[in-house]
Design a protein. Structure first.
Length: 134
C-alpha cells in the first residue's frame, strides 16, 4: 500500500502551516455523534478511502463465499482455510489503517507541539494495536 502521497495539511491550515483565515477555531469541543469525527478532524485514511472500500468489498465477497461453503457442506478444512484468508485480508486492512493513523493523526499531534494531544493519540493507537493483537 505504499504510494506516493501529497503532504497532508491539517484542516483549518494552509500548506505553510499558518492558520486558515476562513477557519474559525472551535472554542468548545464538538460533540461526537455516529459518523461525526468530533474534534478528531478528518480520518487519516481520507486520501486513500477508495482502495480501502474496494478491498473491504472483496473481503465481503469472501465472507459470502464462506456462507455458501457452509450451506453446501464444504469440507471443514477448506472452510477453515478460507476463514484464515479472510482474517489475513482484514488484518492487512487494519495494518494499513494503523499506518495511516500514525502518519496523519499522530504526526499532526506531534507537529502541533501539544504534548497532551500527542499522548492522547499515542494512547489511542496503542489501544487499537492491543485490540488487534488479541
Amino acid at each position: 500500500m505504499s504510494t506516493a502521497e501529497e503532504p497532508s495539511v491539517p484542516v483549518g491550515r494552509e500548506a505553510d502551516g499558518s492558520a486558515d483565515a476562513g477557519a474559525a477555531a472551535p472554542e468548545t469541543p464538538v460533540p461526537t455523534k455516529p459518523g461525526d469525527h468530533g474534534t478528531h478532524g478528518d480520518p487519516g485514511y481520507q486520501g486513500r478511502k477508495s482502495p480501502y472500500l474496494r478491498r473491504l468489498k472483496l473481503i465481503e465477497g469472501q465472507v459470502r463465499g464462506l456462507h455458501r461453503m457452509v450451506e453446501d457442506d464444504t469440507y471443514c478444512i477448506d472452510v477453515l482455510t478460507q476463514i484464515s484468508a479472510v482474517t489475513k485480508a482484514l488484518e492487512s486492512v487494519a495494518l494499513g489503517l494503523v499506518d495511516d493513523h500514525i502518519h496523519h493523526c499522530v504526526h499532526d499531534a506531534a507537529a502541533s507541539g501539544d504534548s497532551e494531544e500527542l499522548d492522547r493519540k499515542m494512547d489511542e493507537i496503542m489501544g487499537a494495536v492491543r485490540r488487534l493483537m488479541k
